[in-house]
Ligand binder design. Structure first.
Ligand code: UD2
Ligand code: MN
Length: 364
């Protein structure tokens, strides 16, 4: 009896020692990042690498299993970039585009005497995808920009705008889309409400973080005037031919402007009740200053723009209420804007050069 107890005690002691040893070995392996496991995975990877290589030469047809192996490996050993380098770091991992695009050329020659034709513009912009979309291919764009153009019956101007702007925007390395917001019917024109519609509709399509609001008849004369956003709302058409290449007045915010999603939302978008010509741009300026923002602008040199000469359109007569409305922005900013916007989309046309959204925005 005592002999068997002695044997049993010894066996227990050996077992406990073995367990301890096992624990220590496990601990050592764990702390030294498991060299054996590493070795095994290196083998695993080079095996996959061989398979991938031979697959590219068409010798192996087990793509599914290989993809699975790589995927599993990725999940478990995500940190070991050195080892997975050749196999798994895909060629299409792109870096951010530079702050200043190296493709810019500076001053541009802009003229409106040579006629342009939609088909010619399409042929010159084969890099676009339907809806007037472009994304740089060699780097990740810093901004996702929706360009919104209020529109009705200005086809001649639209052609020039597309002809000049697409190549510029491409050189600026922007991830962008063009939205032409066309007012349906014959009621009085409402530029600011159309801009609100453009904002809402563009966001339904893509996660844009920057919005450019541009007249259809304004062309920048320097591609260093970036159609992007900054930490403050930005006025881009600062130096226009029609105003002798200077600002007509300090608060002037018409023509082309840029706002981030955050800046735009802070002012509840634009007013919806400015029908006819004028005043809506000053209301937008008021909104920005009421919300404590300042306007940022390029220099007069870089901000040079040309406006295609034109007369006043039918159904866009001067708005006689504009001065009175401008005096009450503080009372209307919260009740009238993007949060109370109502409209009906009538038609959406996808062209290579643009997305045109025809919309019923009602009447005064
Ligand atoms: C000035 C401002 C503009 C706006 C407007 C007053 C400049 C350079 N621009 O433009 O931003 O504040 O005054 O409302 O100072 N449109 C059509 N079809 C129409 C009418 C207007 O497409 O029938 C669009 C088009 O994009 C046009 C924009 O609205 O460029 C502004 O209208 P405008 O060009 O007749 O007014 P303008 O040049 O005085
Ligand atoms: Mn104009």
């Amino acid at each position: 009896m005592s002999e068997s107890v002695g044997f049993f005690t010894k066996a227990c002691v050996v077992l406990v020692l073995l367990c301890g040893l096992h624990l220590i070995v496990a601990l050592i392996f764990y702390l030294s990042e498991s060299p054996l496991a590493k070795f095994r995975n290196y083998r695993h990877i080079s095996f996959i690498s061989d398979m991938v290589n031979s697959q590219t030469h068409g010798e192996l047809g087990q793509a599914d299993n290989e993809t699975l192996d790589v995927a599993v490996y990725k999940r478990i050993y995500n940190n070991e970039t050195v080892i997975i380098g050749d196999v798994e770091k895909p060629a299409e991992v792109l870096e951010s585009c530079p702050e200043t695009s190296p493709l810019l050329v500076g001053q541009l020659r802009v003229e409106f005497s040579t006629p342009v034709d939609f088909n010619l513009v399409r042929q010159g912009n084969k890099h676009l995808t339907m809806g007037g979309r472009y994304t740089p291919t060699k780097c990740v764009a810093l901004q996702k920009v929706a360009i919104i153009i209020p529109y009705r019956n200005r086809e001649e101007h639209l052609k020039y705008w597309l002809y000049y702007l697409h190549p510029i925007l491409k050189r600026q390395l922007l991830d962008y889309g063009i939205y032409i917001i066309e007012q349906d019917g014959e009621n009085t024109f409402n530029r600011a409400k159309l801009l609100n519609v453009g904002y809402a509709e563009a966001l339904k399509e893509y996660d844009y973080d920057c919005f450019i609001f541009s007249d259809v008849d304004i062309i920048p004369m320097d591609d260093r005037n970036t159609y992007g956003c900054s930490s403050q709302p930005r006025h881009l058409s600062v130096s226009m031919d029609k105003f002798g290449f200077r600002l007509p007045y300090k608060q002037y915010f018409g023509g082309v402007s840029a706002m981030s999603k955050k800046q735009y939302e802070k002012i509840n978008g634009f007013p919806n009740n400015y029908w006819g010509w004028g005043g809506e741009d000053d209301d937008i300026f008021n909104r920005l200053s009421i919300r404590g923002m300042r306007i940022s602008r390029p220099s007069a040199e870089i901000g040079k723009c040309k406006m295609i000469r034109h007369g006043r359109d039918r159904k866009n007569e001067e708005n006689p209420q504009r001065f009175n409305r401008n005096a009450h922005t503080r009372q209307t900013i919260n009740t009238d804007g993007i949060r109370s916007l109502k409209y009906k989309v009538v038609n959406i046309e996808k062209d290579l050069l643009y997305t045109k959204i025809r919309v019923d925005i009602g009447k005064p």
